[in-house]
Design a protein around this ligand. Structure first.
Ligand code: SDX
Length: 442
């Protein structure tokens, strides 16, 4: 393929066309430029023009939409939410303000935030009948299995916000999801430990409310540690959105068929559960526990480099970040703050994590493959210190990512270019053949 001619200007956000030559035929395809980041070659007419599909398992070079929400520069280690750098938001903002930003595109004024905060706070309760869903699960069910089931069931309770073509209902559904996910997540946790559900409170902030719903008991008052709730709020900010990652792409694909938003978010939760994605924080902590002590680290680094071992360092590597994950830096700082506050700075797992990071960042295998710690590397240690069992780590990731999923879902619904997602394939199966009756089969 010839490079497009940047001197031939297309529309306002288009540069010159790209030309592909196939079997002596040349096909021109428009090239579009975004605000920043790689240009895209619009191949939507390629099949009609050439009879060929593009082929890109894992979508390593494929954009499935245009979006104004989040931007990642993997080489620079840059992450922007609506143009604002993640480290500035983590330092200066709060999770609900970031929710408003991701949903509406701008940081709220004081009055806009007050209204949004009040609305979310007053929609944190779930229908009382939803409590009965939990009794159908075994107590030792993985909380992510519970989340997939209960969140999917929300569509059975909120028929007044499932018409995806009504912008008012789309906003109601978005606010309901953000408000109720912490309540459902805390119920999944309380059910797993046999404690009574704790109702949300309207007099505390979002992260403090989640902590009290998880760790309060009816027998005595629960006082939230402000350092810990601030740390959790920051963890929510770091996990809120991340371009077209696997679970967000799942939500978009489910939404492209017209499925209701609650069902789409349930699909996103199911995808996030995988250890290569949101399940990595649980897998990373399990790995640190398995390593156990600093002297065992070299053995595990060796295994991670041995392809035949099938072992990977969980919490390392990223499809997009080929430099340090900017969230991991903030996560590491938060991890130290929480451990120091709780007097756990000598946590043996932290020592293992620091040694693992030190060795991996010097090892030529990891340097050459650009495998750096990602957000999941330190989040597990932090969440364990906050008192969450390892099975709840991905649930917290889902609570935070709900705003990203719903913002991307809404953007997809409102995008005139979007239609039902239906990828094609390269068929490598048998050619057409006639049926063989069973008595003639060998
Ligand atoms: C998240 O997409 C997102 O934005 C996700 C996320 C979000 O916020 O939504 O950022 C959240 O999912 C973070 C990633 C969490 N996952 C893990 O920590 C699991 C461990 N890491 C990986 O399995 C892997 O790095 C991925 C899945 C994250 C990325 O996979 P890619 O881009 O498809 O890379 P790859 O599997 O093709 O690996 C490239 C090479 C391979 O070696 P070669 O075949 O080229 O010789 O790097 C090696 C891999 O074997 N490799 C690793 C490794 N990750 C990749 N080797 C050892 N340990 C690892 N962790």
């Amino acid at each position: 393929m010839n490079q497009h001619d940047p001197n031939q200007k297309g529309s306002a956000n288009q540069t010159g066309p790209a030309t592909m030559t196939l079997d002596g035929k040349s096909v021109q395809m428009p090239v579009r430029s975004g605000t920043t980041g790689p240009d895209v070659i619009d191949v939507s007419k390629l099949y009609a023009a050439t009879g060929c599909f593009t082929y890109d398992p894992g979508f390593t070079s494929t954009a499935n939409c245009s979006s104004k929400i989040t931007f990642i520069d993997g080489d620079k280690g840059q992450l922007l939410y609506r143009g604002y750098p993640i480290d500035q938001l983590a330092e200066n903002s709060n999770f609900l303000e970031v929710c408003y930003l991701l949903l509406n595109g701008e940081l709220p004024t004081k009055d806009e935030f007050r209204r949004f905060d009040s609305h979310i706070t007053r929609h944190t309760m779930v229908h009382e009948q939803m409590t009965r869903f939990f009794t159908g699960f075994r107590r030792d069910a993985h909380p992510m299995a519970v989340m997939v089931g209960v969140v999917g069931a929300l569509s059975a309770f909120y028929h007044d916000s499932t018409d995806i073509n009504d912008p008012v209902q789309r906003t109601i559904a978005a606010n309901r999801m953000i408000a109720k996910m912490p309540t459902i997540a805390s119920m999944a946790y309380k059910y797993s430990i046999g404690q009574p559900f704790i109702y949300p409170r309207n007099d505390v902030d979002y992260a403090s409310n989640f902590l009290q719903m998880c760790f309060a008991v009816p027998c005595e008052p629960y006082v939230v540690n402000p350092v810990l709730s601030k740390a959790l709020d920051r963890i929510f900010i770091l996990h809120a959105d991340h371009e077209q990652n696997a679970s967000t792409s799942t939500v978009r694909l489910a939404g492209s068929s017209g499925a209701n938003p609650f069902a789409c978010i349930a699909a996103g939760i199911a995808c996030l559960w995988g250890p290569a994605h949101g399940g990595a924080n649980e897998a990373a902590l399990t790995m640190l526990k398995e390593i156990g002590t600093v002297d065992k680290v070299p053995e595990y680094v060796k295994r991670a480099k041995d392809k035949t071992s099938g072992f990977r360092l969980m919490g390392f590597g990223h499809r997009v970040y080929k430099n340090y994950d900017p969230r991991a830096k903030v996560m590491q700082k938060t991890c130290h703050e929480v451990l120091n506050t709780l007097g756990l700075k000598d946590d043996p797992l932290l020592k293992v994590a620091i040694e693992l990071e030190r060795i991996a960042l010097q090892d030529e295998y990891f340097v050459e493959k650009k495998l750096y710690p990602n957000i999941d590397f330190y989040s597990g240690i932090t969440l364990r210190a906050l008192g969450f069992p390892v099975e709840m780590f991905t649930v917290l990731f889902a609570v935070a990512r709900t705003v990203g999923w719903i913002a991307q879902w809404r953007e997809m619904i409102e995008d005139p270019e979007q239609r039902i997602g239906r990828p094609r394939q390269l068929y490598i199966g048998p050619s057409e053949r006639d049926f063989v009756p069973v008595d003639r089969r060998s």
